[in-house]
Design a protein around this ligand. Structure first.
Ligand code: 4NP
Length: 156
């Protein structure tokens, strides 16, 4: 039996961007009939235990997805062994992940938008301090990345 692929999305707070990335991948994988283990976490601890930002909940709801039950958590050493892939929402998150990765970590670490042709090397900008349009852009970007990822995973 082949193992189910596993993906962890990581941003700073785990309340704005990575919950939307998690929701997008769950949604796209379900639509494709693909079995995948998905989670999200933050490099920071400020929001641990809290639900997603209401603006992320509203953006997800616009696409028919309820993320209100998600809870923020901080990335931990075991994540680097438990997940096949850890995808950082921006370059600062990726640098932090590389800094804290344990020596026996097996997960591949990369930037989420490296999955999207034309957006390689780009950050999913932090929408926390802006208006709702930032959350709409986040959704567009994470959904496109999720679609690419599902296509890759479905290809084996
Ligand atoms: P996220 O957004 O990393 O996309 O969850 C942020 C949420 C909170 C903070 C920064 C970014 N903060 O500084 O509290």
């Amino acid at each position: 039996m082949t193992q189910v692929p596993s993906v962890l999305f990581v941003c700073l707070g785990n309340i704005c961007r990575s919950p939307l990335a998690e929701a997008a991948l769950r949604h796209e994988a379900a639509a494709a009939g693909l079995d995948v283990l998905v989670d999200s976490a933050g490099t920071g601890s400020w929001h641990v235990g809290k639900g997603p930002d209401p603006r992320s909940c509203a953006e997800a709801a616009r696409h028919g997805i309820d993320i209100r039950s998600y809870r923020a958590r901080q990335v931990e050493a075991a994540d680097f062994r438990r997940f096949d892939r850890i995808l950082a929402l921006d370059a600062a998150n990726l640098a932090d992940l590389k800094r804290i990765a344990p020596a026996d970590g097996t997960a591949s670490l990369s930037l989420l938008l490296d999955l999207v042709p034309g957006l390689e090397g780009s950050d999913v900008a932090d929408p926390y301090y802006g208006g709702p349009e930032g959350f709409a852009l986040t959704w567009t970007q994470v959904r496109e990345a999720a679609r690419r990822l599902v296509a890759q995973l479905a290809d084996g």
